[in-house]
Design a protein. Structure first.
Length: 352
């Protein structure tokens, strides 16, 4: 009876939290760039920095030949930056195959990073898109996109630099792209849940917090290395935020059982948040004290540990649930968690 009451309270509380968090705060991203953030370089400086082809497209508004760009067919997870100045413009889930010969996107990362201007060259009226920060020519935007936005950002591949999600580390995060490492028991479960949350760019399963280098799954399973099974989540701050990531975390595992999730026991299954900076620690601390007060009666055992290293787990652990949905563990343990998550966060799921 006590547990039913607890679950009901958690449900109610989570619903209350969600209703406050449907629109993630966009503090750092919604202001357009002002002039002091813009880059002004002479032609000579641009020529020294860029290749001849990049200079032709970015600075002279040239167009690369269709079907020749290196990023045209790229389907990797990650972020597309301006090749002139590094401004983050698109993420992989905005890209689609338009068959037009140039990388195409249906939306941009918010924050006024792309400027639109009417272009009357070549006897046509088109809308040119340029990088707001450096003025570099990207391509054009059209109203014939096949997705719900109706937009097609048609971008020269050479105007872009691609950073794969696994290369986005704690050291080069920005206001737009951030990452967090956390453990809520078996990483197969945690990974499957976050893969579904809108704004999450990538999730990798791995190990953190232990005392040997490059541990294997077998090492970690002994419980003697002090590693936790964790996920590294890279996310787009314009579509979700750390607060929401933590709310999903607390709503989908039990933070009150020490070194245990269901039948999984051992310190490798501990509930843990590895914070990479003071801001992450503060957001976690404040949510935990709120939940302790309102829902858990001070019973939360989740540890806050400083992040030092993430070791990616063996390949067969990545996307385990989606590759093994019919296995008994997935059906009996993971599927119910997914269903709970889908119900609680139904407005925040990625569009299929
Ligand atoms: Zn730029």
């Amino acid at each position: 009876m006590f547990y039913i009451k607890l679950n009901l309270m958690l449900l109610l509380f989570t619903v209350a939290l969600i209703s406050c968090s449907q629109t993630p705060t966009l503090k750092n991203n919604e202001q357009n760039l002002n002039d002091s953030n813009m880059i002004h370089k002479t032609d000579a400086e641009w020529k020294a920095q860029l290749s001849n082809e990049q200079y032709y497209v970015l600075r002279e508004k040239g167009t690369e030949r269709p079907f020749t760009g290196a990023l045209l067919m790229n389907k990797e997870k990650g972020v597309y930056k301006c090749a002139g100045c590094g401004a983050e413009l698109f993420t992989d889930n905005m890209k689609f195959d338009s068959h037009c010969g140039w990388p195409s996107f249906d939306k941009e990362i918010a924050g006024g990073k792309i400027t639109q201007t009417t272009d009357r060259s070549h006897g046509m009226v088109r809308t040119e898109i340029t990088c707001t920060k450096c003025g570099g020519h990207l391509g054009h935007i059209f109203d014939d996109g096949p997705t719900e936005t109706g937009k097609r950002y048609c971008v020269n591949s050479i105007s872009l630099e691609f950073v794969p999600a696994n290369k986005i580390s704690e050291s080069n995060v920005t206001n737009t792209i951030d990452s967090i490492v956390l453990g809520g028991g078996c990483f197969w479960c945690t990974e499957a849940i976050y893969e579904m949350l809108d704004g999450v760019i990538s999730v990798e399963s791995g190990y953190s917090g232990g005392n040997i280098k490059k541990p294997s799954y077998r090492d970690v399973c002994t419980g003697n290395t002090n590693h936790a099974e964790v996920v590294k989540i890279v996310f787009d701050n314009t579509k979700t935020n750390l607060d929401e990531i933590f709310k999903v975390f607390f709503a989908t595992h039990n933070p009150t059982t020490l070194n245990q999730q269901g039948a999984d026991r051992g310190s490798q299954y501990r509930s843990v948040i590895f914070y990479a900076n003071e801001k992450q620690k503060e957001i976690a601390t404040s949510l935990i004290s709120e939940l302790n007060k309102n829902v858990y009666d001070n019973k939360i055992v989740t540890t806050l540990e400083p992040f030092s290293q993430f070791y990616k787990a063996e390949d067969y652990h990545q996307n385990y649930y989606s590759s093994n949905t019919e296995k008994p563990y997935c059906k009996s343990v993971i599927t119910p968690k997914i269903e709970k998550f889908e119900k609680l966060f139904k407005d925040r799921l990625k569009k299929k």
